[in-house]
Write a protein that binds this ligand. Structure first.
Ligand code: DX5
Ligand code: ZN
Length: 245
């Protein structure tokens, strides 16, 4: 009926509608001035920020956690990419800090299916109408078959195109055929699941992802390069949405 108030769109629906889009990694932003750094991205078409959470155990580096996620007041969806060991008891802090997407690694604990079940029962602390998007991530060396028992309990699959732990690494070529195989697995599942690729995506190679069916591309150092984040973000979005070569 016209005139009906538009239902607020959940996080998943917003990302599906924006697909294909970029998810901007914030680690290479000037974290001492994160508010103004993120303000540069407003109006560029960016919908999603990507916080790389590293615990120094699952990956050698340690980075940020719930306090920084809680501090963000920008009008973007927030993904917490949890590169942490045994996330089962730790995810609550990231949900409470206001993450909209929580991405856990299949390699990070014995009970990943249980983590996803638990997330499926939780509420978005920032805005209950948004819902929570459950992401599952695979390192480049992890067989895609590990996804099979999880596809009923995720809203997003993320393939790492680098071995996790650092920004600015080179894109691992074998990711491209893996993306098309996961695309087929999702189609066979018969439910909508977003496909994401994370790591090593730059101005020079993002066009290779156009037309692959990927919904989200995480890109950090190609946007926050210390010079022109807004122009970089617009460039990356335009190339991702360009006609495939
Ligand atoms: C790697 C992270 C990626 C990485 C992306 O461990 O999961 O999100 O920071 O950064 P760039 O785009 O610089 O590879
Ligand atoms: Zn990441």
């Amino acid at each position: 009926m016209t005139g009906e108030p538009k239902q607020p769109m959940g996080a998943f629906e917003r990302l599906r509608e924006a697909s294909p889009t970029i998810s901007v990694g914030v680690l290479t932003a000037n974290l001492a001035a994160l508010g103004s750094e993120l303000a540069c991205l407003e109006g560029t078409g960016v919908q999603l920020l990507h916080f790389d959470v590293m615990d120094g155990c699952f990956v050698p580096m340690m980075t940020v956690g719930p306090p920084l996620i809680r501090a963000v007041r920008a009008p973007f969806l927030i993904e917490a990419h949890l590169m942490i060991l045994d996330p089962l008891e730790k995810i609550d802090a990231y949900v409470e800090a206001g993450a909209d997407i929580l991405t856990v690694h299949v390699e990070s604990g014995q009970h990943i299916h249980r983590v996803l079940q638990k997330l499926g029962r939780m509420t978005n602390a920032r805005d209950p109408d948004r819902g929570l998007v459950r992401g599952v991530a695979l390192n480049p060396g992890t067989p895609l078959s590990t996804l099979e028992p999880l596809l009923d309990d995720v809203e997003m699959v993320s393939l790492l195109a680098v071995n996790p732990g650092w920004t600015g690494q080179a894109f691992i070529e074998s990711t491209l055929p893996r993306l098309s195989k996961v695309k087929k697995m999702i189609a066979a599942q018969g439910r909508e699941i977003l496909l994401c690729v994370d790591g090593g995506v730059t101005r020079d190679n993002i066009s290779r992802l156009a037309g692959t069916g990927v919904d989200l591309v995480v890109t950090g150092s190609a946007v926050f390069d210390g010079k022109a984040p807004a122009e970089n973000a617009r460039f990356m979005l335009e190339r991702l949405r360009s006609r495939p070569h």
